[in-house]
Design a protein around this ligand. Structure first.
Ligand code: SF4
Ligand code: SF4
Length: 128
């Protein structure tokens, strides 16, 4: 399993309506990050603050100039949905996550344990 190379595929895939935020995350944004909260409508993310329309891509994803690399502009305050990714090897395969190596595909249970270890600072383990 490789480190995340910031290819941006996960943010591109899930950033346009595939993410959710909890009530407590939204409360915290309303208090400390009203700029993020302005993209929330009725507990859902992400919506255009000006016209209220659902966005087809995450408004916080930025491509680094001259590179095929992306950054999150709200990294420290991003939703838990984003903090927890990747969770399952099967999802990573489907999402074509570039952390995966051939040996992870050959031994997915072992790869899941390795992933849970890598992600242990960000989320609880998936378990068996
Ligand atoms: S909030 Fe950040 S981590 Fe989440 S989808 Fe958007 S750019 Fe990616
Ligand atoms: S798809 Fe995988 S390698 Fe690409 S940014 Fe997301 S976690 Fe990182």
């Amino acid at each position: 399993m490789k480190d995340c190379n910031q290819c941006g595929k996960c943010c591109t895939k899930y950033g346009g309506g595939g993410l959710s935020a909890s009530a407590s995350e939204i409360d915290a944004w309303e208090t400390y990050r009203p700029d993020i909260a302005s993209y929330v409508r009725d507990g859902e993310i992400w919506f255009d603050p000006e016209n209220g329309e659902s966005l087809t891509k995450c408004p916080w994803l930025r491509k680094l100039p001259g590179k095929v690399k992306f950054v999150c502009e709200i990294y420290d305050d991003r939703p838990n949905d984003c903090k927890y990714y990747p969770v399952r090897i099967a999802d990573m395969i489907q999402d074509e996550c570039e952390m995966l190596e051939p040996r992870d595909l050959a031994k997915p249970k072992q790869a899941q344990k390795k992933l849970d270890f890598i992600m242990s600072d960000s989320r609880p383990p998936l378990g068996d």
